[in-house]
Design a protein around this ligand. Structure first.
Ligand SMILES: [Zn+2]
Length: 194
């Protein structure tokens, strides 16, 4: 009987030893794991900081490149404007001739004749509120470029002078003929040389 109790006691003792022994092993294992995870976490934090620095560098680089692109675009635009200024001057000169001719036609509708001189009837808010200037030379080239037919039934008006030579436009062109409309003659010889 005593032996049996002793056996049970020994068994309990063994069990306790095994249980705590194992638990102790498990705890140290978990602690080691915790430490390793903490190390991983620190490493990750360092990596995140490195990446943040890289992101900042890339953002700065992007800002710098965007600035370069913007200044390049502006330079291109400036060059285009310079290249196109002659073309634009011609375009506005043609528009001016059309505007004046329209004013003359309105005047004709009321008076059944064209005026002998432009400044005889213009500027007049009813027909043309101002005599424009040619953008190529910044002066009124139209008043002196206006010619009336003898019968007063037709007219020709031109940009008087060699004002659009940069585009190889002939002297006294562009012009507007009341019968033919807008005309632009280019210098054929210079065109061949192109
Ligand atoms: Zn002109």
């Amino acid at each position: 009987m005593n032996l049996r109790i002793l056996g049970v006691f020994a068994f309990l003792l063994l069990f306790t030893f095994l249980f705590f022994g194992c638990s102790g092993g498990e705890i140290s294992k978990l602690e080691a794991e915790k430490k390793s995870l903490q190390q991983d976490l620190e490493a990750s934090k360092t990596r995140v900081k490195d990446l943040e620095v890289q992101v900042t560098d890339l953002t700065n680089e992007k800002i710098k490149l965007n600035g370069e692109i913007a200044s390049l675009n502006k330079r291109i635009t400036d060059e285009e404007i310079a290249e196109n200024s002659d073309e634009r001057a011609l375009k506005f000169c043609k528009e001016n001739l059309k505007k004046i001719s329209l004013g003359l036609k309105l005047y004709y509708a009321d008076n059944k004749k064209y005026p002998k001189k432009l400044n005889e009837v213009f500027p007049n808010p009813k027909y043309l509120d101002l005599i424009p200037t040619c953008p190529a030379v910044l002066r009124d080239t139209y008043t002196s470029g206006y010619k009336l037919s003898k019968e007063g039934k037709t007219f020709v008006i031109c940009c008087l002078g060699h004002n659009h030579r940069a585009l190889r436009i002939k002297e006294n062109y562009p012009a507007f003929d009341s019968e033919k409309g807008l005309e632009v003659e280019r210098n054929a010889k210079e065109v061949v040389e192109e």
